[in-house]
Every structure is written in structure tokens, then in C-alpha cells.
Write a protein that binds this ligand. Structure first.
Ligand code: UD1
Ligand code: CA
Length: 469
């Protein structure tokens, strides 16, 4: 922001319970594409380049505060101890916002607003400097929203649905819950709000008429994309918002070169980064802070959370991966489960029905079939035979397994941790390994085979006398 511009703060209202959501969780933390609803207005404000951001918390505010402190350092928390309405919420934060020239107010439950829309609103406000700019949109179904009443003298007021006269209910231009106030003008009228209305709340919307009457000059920006200003009040609204946002995100990735076979069944969260030429099969979900590098592929019905896929790597579907780092050219699945803390170096392969947790697999390691690998580190070029299990839990705690480079772990080996295999060592199939194996050695730990000659001939006939008892 250059020095010519007036100082600006943004206040996000998120203290309400969200009664219509019927949930034990506050509305601000309801998941929308696996991020809390409040993530979105925070991202839009930050994306618009606004540095001074505060959030009003109240109902289950400690939970909202925890999330913001963890994920949004630098954002202020302001408490509204009693939720007496949106006007009361803004008034509770007056000590914070009175230092700014302008105050942008966003609703914590209007998540689809884009940073560009906020930027345009700021630019228009700067150009004409009214006392307040508010955003409206025209809704096919205005129910549940405050209506914008255009007065004969050119002024504006907002009437809430519960207080609206019958003819006002037909108004389709509605209040989006996004306002840019001249802070000095707001501070003059905010103390004059009353709770003299159907719900007995202090409405922020009443400040519009008060400013119009005293300080003058309200400007209304009509947003031409009503979807952007959808208020999320009910589970149905949350589902509608998921759909709109999901489509918006996929479209923008495709514009950047991601190839998506069936966008309608694909879900990508807002924090996911994709490089060009990523290929997604139908039914893929990618969430959290995931990153898909060039030429990586995700197979049908796979779910990735917090996963990095290196260049040219492939997840064969269906597979489920969490908090894992998949190296370039590596391959996972089908039917693999990477539970978290997994690192595959380049060219490593984890195949069918293999579960891996908290382990590192070096370059070109192969674990192709039916294994559990937990709390292990495996050196490069090692082969893990089908059915290998790291027995990492002794009933009290977790223990580590260390397998060196170039090892051969025979099928159905139990590695009873803590245990280590030196470089180029091997185990015989079916061994229960409880002691370390030195480099280059073969560990055999199973019963020796005995063949009993002529056994078939000695076997009593079925149903014969000898079979009784
Ligand atoms: C509000 C507007 C309405 C507008 C709609 C747009 C008022 C009175 N009405 O209605 O004109 O069309 O948004 O989506 O403002 N909150 C607090 N403290 C409170 C009460 C609410 O922080 O005491 C927060 C809520 O958490 C929510 C936001 O303010 O994030 C809006 O409150 P909500 O009750 O959802 O208002 P609406 O009825 O949707
Ligand atoms: Ca609302």
C-alpha cells in the first residue's frame, strides 16, 4: 500500500453460534473442502493485500482462537463475550479499528468472496470516498438475507427479513454482509444502535441508515456473481458452497495445465498446488497442503492428504496417502495405504495391499505385496518380500527397524523390532528375526523342514477303523 492511501483494517465477524447449522462445532470451523469456513475470508483478505486483520470470536471462541493462532500468525483475535448481534460485534472491536481510516467488515460465513472482488471494492471506495460502501447482489431467492431498500431521496437502508414489511420481502437486491466504512463515521453512529427489532439484536445493518441520515453518502456495489456472496448458514448452504468452490478450484488448475479426466468427480482443496501436466483420473481427492509436481499421476478413487508427489511419480488407484513425500519416479498402489510420516526416495515402489507408516524407503526400494512397514528405515535397492511385517509394537511402545542397502528380505519375514539388518544382508522366507543380522549375512529363523518318506502310503483309509478316537 502506498502512503497516499488511507490506512485500512479488516474485521471478520465469526462469534456467532450458527444455530441453523445444528452442530456442536462453531460455524467458523465447519469444514468446507477440508478447511474451516473461516479460512476463506482470511485468505481473501490476505490475498487482497490487507495486512491488518482481526477476527471476532465468541461462541466456542477458544477453538477458533486455537486455529487462528496456529495457522494465521499475525491475525488479531477480539472477543465478543455475549453474541448480541453483528452491530454489537463490531462495536466490541472498536478499540482495535478506531486507529484506521477505513474499516472493511467481512462475515466469517461468506466464504466464496474472492480477493479480486475485495480489491475492486477498495478501489471504488478510494475513488469516490463515500462514508460507506456496501456490497449487494441480486438473488433469485432472497430468503434469509437482509434486503436493500432504496429510498426515494436516493438514500439506502437495510431491512432484515424478520423485520421486513410484506412488500419489502419481494426485494431481490440483498445485503452481502461486506461493508467498507469510513471508520470515523462508523464510530459516530455505532453507539446509537438499538436492539429494538424482532430478534432483539444490535444489527450492523442499521448503521447504514444512521450514516445515511447523519454523515451521508452510502455507495452500493452490486456484485454480478451472486454465488460469490453465498452466506453459509445451513448444512445445505455448506454443500452448495463446496460445489461452487470445488468447481472454481478445478477450473483454475485446468487453466494452468492440469489434466483432469472427470472434473465432476474430482475434489481438490484450496491449499493444494499443482504443476502443469499433472494427470488426475476420476474420483480423486487431494486435500490439505499437498503438492503435485509435473507429470505426476493420481489413479482413480485415490485420496491424498498433505502429500507431495515428485515429478513423474504415480499413485495407482485406489490408494490412500497421508502426510507423505513421494520422490520423483516413485510408484504407489494400487490398494496401498500410506498412513503418514512416509518418505519414498526416487524410484521406490510400494505395491498392492501394503501399509506404510512413519518410515523411509530409499532409492529403488521395492515393497510390492501384502506388507506392513512401520517405524522403519530401508536403504536403497532393498527388496521387501511379500508378506513382510515389521513387528514395531511390543505392547508398550513403538520400536524401530533398520534395514540396510541392497538387502533381500524373504517373503513372510517377521522383523521383531528393535532390530537391524546390515547392508547386503538377507532373511530366509518365513523367518522370525529377533536378532540383528550383520552385513552380507543371511538370517534364517524358522523350523528346519523334515520330509517323512512314504507318508501317503501309511495314511489310514478315510472312514477306516484307525481314524476313530
Ligand atoms: C447477516 C446480515 C444480513 C445479510 C447476511 C449476509 C445482519 C443483522 N444481517 O445476516 O443483512 O444479508 O448477513 O450473509 O448483520 N456474528 C457475530 N456476533 C454476533 C452475531 C453474528 O460475530 O453477535 C457473526 C456470525 O458469526 C456470522 C456473521 O456475524 O459470521 C453474520 O451473522 P449471521 O447471524 O449469520 O447473520 P445473517 O442472519 O446471515
Ligand atoms: Ca449468515
Amino acid at each position: 500500500m502506498d502512503e497516499q492511501q488511507r490506512s485500512l483494517g479488516v474485521l471478520i465477524l465469526a462469534a456467532g453460534k450458527g444455530v441453523r447449522m445444528h452442530s456442536a462445532r462453531p460455524k467458523a470451523l465447519q469444514p468446507l473442502l477440508e478447511e474451516p469456513v473461516i479460512f476463506y475470508p482470511l485468505s481473501a483478505a490476505a490475498g487482497a493485500g490487507i495486512e491488518n486483520i482481526a477476527v471476532i470470536v465468541g461462541y466456542q471462541g477458544a477453538l477458533v482462537e486455537d486455529y487462528i493462532e496456529k495457522e494465521w500468525p499475525g491475525v488479531e483475535i477480539i472477543w465478543q463475550r455475549e453474541q448480541l448481534g453483528t452491530g454489537h460485534a463490531v462495536k466490541s472491536a472498536m478499540d482495535w479499528w478506531k486507529r484506521f481510516d477505513n474499516l472493511l467488515v467481512l462475515s466469517g460465513d461468506v466464504p466464496l468472496i474472492r480477493a479480486e472482488t475485495i480489491r475492486e471494492m477498495l478501489a471504488r471506495h478510494e475513488n469516490s470516498s463515500p462514508r460507506c460502501t456496501l456490497m449487494s447482489f441480486v438473488a433469485d431467492d432472497p430468503s434469509g438475507y437482509g434486503r436493500i431498500v432504496r429510498l426515494a431521496d436516493g438514500g439506502v437502508r437495510i431491512v432484515e427479513e424478520s423485520d421486513a414489511a410484506e412488500e419489502e420481502l419481494f426485494i431481490q437486491e440483498i445485503n452481502a454482509g461486506v461493508y467498507l466504512f469510513d471508520a470515523a463515521s462508523l464510530s459516530v453512529v455505532i453507539n446509537d444502535l438499538t436492539s429494538d427489532n424482532e430478534l432483539g439484536e444490535y444489527y450492523l445493518t442499521d448503521t447504514i441508515q444512521l450514516i445515511d441520515e447523519t454523515e451521508g453518502d452510502i455507495s452500493v456495489v452490486i456484485c454480478d456473481d451472486p454465488q460469490e456472496l453465498l452466506g453459509v448458514n445451513t448444512p445445505g448452504d455448506l454443500a452448495s458452497a463446496s460445489k461452487v468452490l470445488g468447481e472454481r478450484i478445478i477450473k483454475s488448475h485446468m487453466q494452468n495445465g492440469v489434466k483432469c479426466m472427470d472434473p465432476s468427480s474430482t475434489w481438490i482443496g484450496p491449499r493444494v498446488e499443482c504443476e502443469p501436466d499433472v494427470f488426475l483420473e476420476p474420483g480423486v481427492q487431494v486435500w490439505g497442503k499437498s503438492r503435485l509436481c509435473e507429470r505426476s499421476r493420481v489413479g482413480a478413487w485415490s485420496t491424498l492428504r498433505g502429500v507431495t508427489l515428485g515429478r513423474g511419480s504415480a499413485v495407482l488407484g485406489p490408494s490412500v496417502l497421508a502426510d507423505s513425500d513421494i520422490g520423483p519416479g516413485s510408484e504407489v498402489g494400487p490398494f496401498a495405504f500410506l498412513r503418514g510420516g512416509v518418505k519414498l526416495e526416487s524410484g521406490a515402489k510400494v505395491g498392492r495391499f501394503v501399509e506404510v507408516k512413519n518410515s523411509t524407503l530409499g532409492e529403488n526400494v521395492k515393497a510390492m505385496h501384502l506388507s506392513y512397514i512401520g517405524d522403519a528405515s530401508i536403504g536403497r535397492d532393498t527388496n521387501i518380500g511379500a508378506g513382510t511385517i515389521t513387528c514395531n509394537y511390543d505392547g508398550r511402545g513403538k520400536n524401530r527397524t533398520s534395514i540396510g542397502e541392497g538387502c533381500f528380505v524373504g517373503s513372510d519375514t517377521m522383523l521383531v523390532a528393535p532390530v537391524a539388518m546390515g547392508d547386503n544382508s538377507a532373511t530366509a522366507a518365513g523367518s522370525v528375526i529377533t536378532k540383528d543380522i550383520p552385513g552380507g549375512a543371511l538370517g534364517v529363523a524358522r523350523g528346519r523342514q523334515t520330509n517323512i518318506e512314504g507318508w501317503n502310503g501309511r495314511k489310514p483309509a478315510a472312514g477306516g477303523k484307525d481314524s476313530e478316537g
